[in-house]
Design a protein around this ligand. Structure first.
Ligand SMILES: C[S@@+](CC[C@H](N)C(=O)[O-])C[C@H]1O[C@@H](n2cnc3c(N)ncnc32)[C@H](O)[C@@H]1O
Length: 298
C-alpha cells in the first residue's frame, strides 16, 4: 500500500510534529498519529470544510494532539507561524481529490452523475468550472486542455464548446461530457476504452479551477523553510508528495532534483513509488499515483 510507503519513508520520530497538508478523511493522519505516540503533534490542513469535519470525527481520540485548519496548503508557512512552530519533522501531501468528493454530484467533479459544473474544492473561491467554460476564448480552452492533461483533441473540443455556448450557457457536467463526446464523435456507451472520453477535459478544468499546480509550486517553495534542519539530536525533516498526473509529478521531480543539486535535499525515492496490483484492484485511482520523498539535509 502507498500509505505504508509514506510511513516508511517519512521515518516519523516518536514525539515529532507532522503536517498532513491534505488531511482529507484523516486516513494517513490516523496512521501518522499512531506512529507519533502520545507526545507527537499533527497539523492537518484542507480547503474542504466537509472533509475537515470528517477528519475531526475520525481523529477525535487524538483531539489534544491534532490542530486542524481550513486553508490552502500554499499558506503553510503562515499557518506554522501562527502556531509558533518553527520546523516540522515531516510534511505529507496526498494531492487531488478524495473519493467522497468525486462521488458528490453537487460538486460537479465527475461526469458519472449529472451536477452543476462547479469543481471548486474550496467553495469560498469565486470561480467555478462553468465560469471558465463559458468565458475563456476558444484558444485559451484548447491550451488549458492540452497543457493540463495533454488532451490530443483539445482544439476540436474547444471549438465545439464555443459553438454550443453561443446559444446557451453550459451549466451541467452531463452537458459538458456530451459536448466532448460529440466533438470526438464517440458514443460513451459503445466506447471500447475503460476511460471516459471526457476524463481529461474534466481533469484539466478541475486543475484550473483550483489552481492545483500553482498551489503545489507554492508548497514546494515553502517546504524547505518549514522542515526542521538536521541537528545533533534529529535528522532533517522529510517531505512526501503523492501526485496523480504527470504535470504534478514533473513539478515535484524537478523541485527535488534542483534542491538535491544545491545540497539542500537528499532524494529518498530514486524512482517514484507506485501502487501494487492489489491496491490498484481495490482502488483503480491508485493506478496513476506516484509517491516521491525528499529529506532536508542543509
Ligand atoms: C486525496 S485526498 C487526501 C486523502 C487523505 N490522505 C486521507 O487519507 O484521507 C486530497 C484532499 O486534499 C484536499 N486538497 C486539495 N488541494 C488542496 C490544497 N491546495 N490545500 C489544502 N487541501 C487541499 C482535498 O480537499 C482533499 O480533501
Amino acid at each position: 500500500m502507498l500509505a505504508d510507503a509514506v510511513l516508511e519513508h517519512l521515518a516519523i520520530p516518536p514525539g515529532g510534529i507532522v503536517v498532513d497538508a491534505t488531511v482529507g478523511l484523516g486516513g494517513h493522519a490516523a496512521r501518522i498519529l499512531d506512529k507519533l505516540g502520545k507526545q507527537g503533534k499533527l497539523v492537518g490542513l484542507d480547503v474542504d470544510e466537509t472533509n475537515l469535519a470528517l477528519a475531526k470525527d475520525r481523529l477525535a481520540c487524538w483531539s489534544d494532539q491534532v490542530e486542524l485548519r481550513r486553508c490552502n496548503f500554499r499558506e503553510l508557512r503562515g499557518v506554522l507561524d501562527s502556531m509558533g512552530m518553527a520546523g516540522v519533522h515531516a510534511i505529507v501531501a496526498d494531492l487531488g481529490v478524495s473519493s467522497n468528493q468525486l462521488a458528490d454530484a453537487d460538486r460537479g467533479l465527475s461526469f458519472i452523475e449529472d451536477g452543476p459544473l462547479d469543481m471548486r474544492l474550496d467553495d469560498r473561491q469565486p470561480t467555478t468550472a462553468a465560469d471558465l467554460v463559458n468565458s475563456l476564448s476558444e484558444r485559451e480552452l484548447a491550451d488549458l486542455f492540452f497543457h493540463n492533461s495533454q488532451e490530443r483533441f483539445s482544439r476540436r473540443i474547444a471549438r465545439r464548446i464555443c459553438e454550443v455556448r453561443r446559444t446557451s450557457r453550459i451549466r451541467h457536467t452531463a452537458e459538458l461530457a456530451a459536448i466532448v463526446c460529440k466533438a470526438l464523435k464517440v458514443d460513451p456507451k459503445a466506447r471500447r476504452s475503460k476511460i471516459h472520453p471526457a476524463t481529461r477535459v474534466f481533469q484539466a478544468l478541475r486543475m484550473a479551477v483550483n489552481d492545483e499546480v500553482g498551489a503545489l509550486q507554492a508548497l514546494l517553495e515553502a517546504a524547505p523553510a518549514c522542515l526542521a534542519g538536521p541537528s545533533t539530536d534529529c535528522e532533517g525533516g522529510r517531505i512526501a508528495v503523492i501526485s496523480f498526473h504527470s504535470v504534478e509529478d514533473g513539478a515535484v521531480k524537478r523541485d527535488f532534483r534542483r534542491r538535491a543539486a544545491a545540497g539542500q535535499y537528499r532524494i529518498c525515492t530514486k524512482k517514484p513509488i507506485v501502487a501494487d496490483d492489489d491496491e490498484c484492484r481495490l482502488n483503480p485511482r491508485a493506478r496513476s499515483a506516484k509517491l516521491r520523498v525528499a529529506q532536508r539535509v542543509a
